[in-house]
Design a protein around this ligand. Structure first.
Ligand SMILES: [Zn+2]
Length: 103
């Protein structure tokens, strides 16, 4: 893949990126797989990764000004070439939710 800005080669790297979830909250995601341009340092997130990032950001504590989270390794395309979103995780969360309701 080539950079849409300068045309240089995009490289898959693992990095840490900050995301603003609202005016006062910043989430730093560590170990995030991105494609970064070797020329101008522009970076892109794969759709697959972006979906998980949005999912992670939705679950964060909006009252915290700064939160640092690790991006789950199982959502890294390089390590999971099938690119199938792990449904088991969603099922796990569902169970946790039900458990809380009982309590
Ligand atoms: Zn570039």
């Amino acid at each position: 893949m080539k950079c849409h800005i300068c045309g240089a080669k995009m490289e898959h790297i693992i990095t840490d990126l900050p995301f603003k979830t609202d005016q006062t909250s910043i989430i730093i995601l560590k170990d995030l797989p991105v494609s970064q341009c070797s020329g101008c340092r522009e970076y892109l997130l794969d759709d697959f990764v972006m979906e998980h990032v949005e999912e992670i950001l939705e679950q964060t504590d909006k009252s915290a000004e700064l939160e640092i989270l690790n991006y789950p390794k199982q959502f890294t395309p390089a390590l999971n070439s099938s690119l199938v979103p792990p449904r088991e995780k969603a099922a796990e969360r569902e169970q946790v939710k039900k458990g809380n309701m009982v309590l």
